[in-house]
Design a protein around this ligand. Sequence first.
Ligand code: C5P
Length: 243
Amino acid sequence: MNDAIALRDRLIVALDFPDARAARALIERLGETVSFYKIGMELAYGGEGLALARALAREGKHVFIDLKLHDIPNTVTRATERLAQLGATFATVHGYPQTMAAAKKGAAGSDLKLLAVTVMTSYDDADLKHAGYDFSLRDLIARRAKQAQDAGIDGLILSPEEAAAMRKLVGPRMLLVTPGVRPAGAAIGDQKRVMTPQRAIAAGADYLVVGRPVTEAADPLAAARAILCEIENGLEAAGAQSG
Ligand code: C5P
């Protein structure tokens, strides 16, 4: 748990929209309540996502570019350099040692923090075996988390269920960022392993990535405020556990 992060910055709203107009409409409704936005493949490959990322960063928002980089080292280094110049705060990279080292090189000298995807949360033990890995899911996640730490990567993307175990494994400084968060009573959608914001934070997550519970809410601002309240409660619970 990293104590220095402002409460408001702990909620990252995923802008999973096809174009910047739809994204901007939501950002406007959320106003000053939300300070951190995630731009993923849909918005980026739609052609407007990276310009929106640059604009949001200039407007003082934090931007998380979730393009999960993975290529030969030279390409990853150069791509990361470009992302750093956009003014992004976070970017994701697949947790392969070569790729992480190359991204680290590209981010050097900038404020961009790198988050490693250890194993995609859609994979289970059978999927890993089918893909040719001779590791259990848990072992591969732990191995890659350690390799991320060794490569100087700033944080990990993980499911909230893994947060407590990962926190133990990597210590207090590594940033833990968890999608798969659902406020009590919210629709689960296609997520399988979900946790409430309060529990995810209490389990050791530093940042929560939330999409549909905010973007599809009848009142997105009220939904975001309720999640921030839950985060605050989770921080108190985490404080109570450690203190
Ligand atoms: O709508 P929802 O809250 O499920 O959105 C979660 C966001 O986090 C989406 O942008 C999704 O792509 C992303 N994500 C995820 N699980 C991962 C990695 C990223 O849900 N393992």
